[in-house]
Design a protein around this ligand. Sequence first.
Ligand code: CIZ
Ligand code: SF4
Length: 359
Amino acid sequence: PASDPDLVERARVARAALGDRAFVLGHHYQRDEVIALADVTGDSFKLAREAAARPDAEYVIFCGVHFMAESADILTHDGQAVVLPDLQAGCSMADMADIAQVEEAWEVLADAGVADRTVPVTYMNSTAAIKAFTGRHGGTVCTSSNARVALQWAFDRTGGVDGDGKVLFMPDQHLGRNTAVLQLGMGLEDCVVYDPRRPAGGLTERELRDARMILWRGHCSVHGRFSAENVAQVRERVPGIHVLVHPECKHEVVAAADQVGSTEHIIRALDAAEPGSAWAIGTELNLVRRLAASHPELAVHYLDSTVCFCSTMNRIDLPHLVWAMEELAAGRVVNRITVDADDAHWARVALDQMLALPA
Ligand code: CIZ
Ligand code: SF4
């Protein structure tokens, strides 16, 4: 439905009042009404860099989810306030790795005698506390675009992909498994899943010693819902269709697809697609709908019409954004996201390590 015209007008007025004092970031999974007000759009990695590149903006209004606003706070300076228009906009995947559970897992690894041969790698989609843990233990952050390079780097620190070092990969088991198996040539049997709800992660010492990839039991509630059956069905319905999915999808979905790639990769692939070609996209619905609308020359299908929006991304809507902008314009800093100094320091170490990875 079209947005309320009064609200659109209030948004225009508040945005104009803030001028250059504010910078509005919009994640690709945001609603159209929010994207319309964004100064820049991107995935979490691009938006973190964009936030860091705007040192003169007093307010960084982050239309995305909590962990992204935390990263922006870490990468901006103290005089800047990062604002999340709705504090309920979390990420179910990031919330699946709690810092107390991760500390406990590290003790389980130490008890099994493997912690000193293990490098933690955390996906960007994790809390600042998990990024800080990763920095304190000599690991790196990764995104879905550089996960292969990050894993290669981590294994190189412990004797290489063919050695006996290990990676503790958090919090998305699917990205970890897909990257290790499909990009680094490891076997599915080299991967084990650490379940934080079970004693010792549900793993024996033997399993921990034999594993190469220790995958945290976490997943995305949107991407994790696509199935291999969806891929088979769309191929039957639309012969010759190209199936392109995000690496947060399950292994069997990625294995059945034609291409796998990050959000930015998916956008570029459609920009470069041959006119008239058909595509089934397995990622968040706000983005797929915008891609379909902006590519009338292509037949863009949604991989599974029953999987829908990311509910927490969708919490940021025009009323919340207008409220946050009006409050800021009135000099009241609302919904500020801050990371404590010690965690911010170590999370930054892990983020800087990612930025230093070979391209
Ligand atoms: O699934 C997500 O939330 C993604 C892909 C975020 C991002 O931009 O990296
Ligand atoms: Fe988190 Fe998945 Fe939503 Fe991304 S799409 S914010 S990973 S729940």
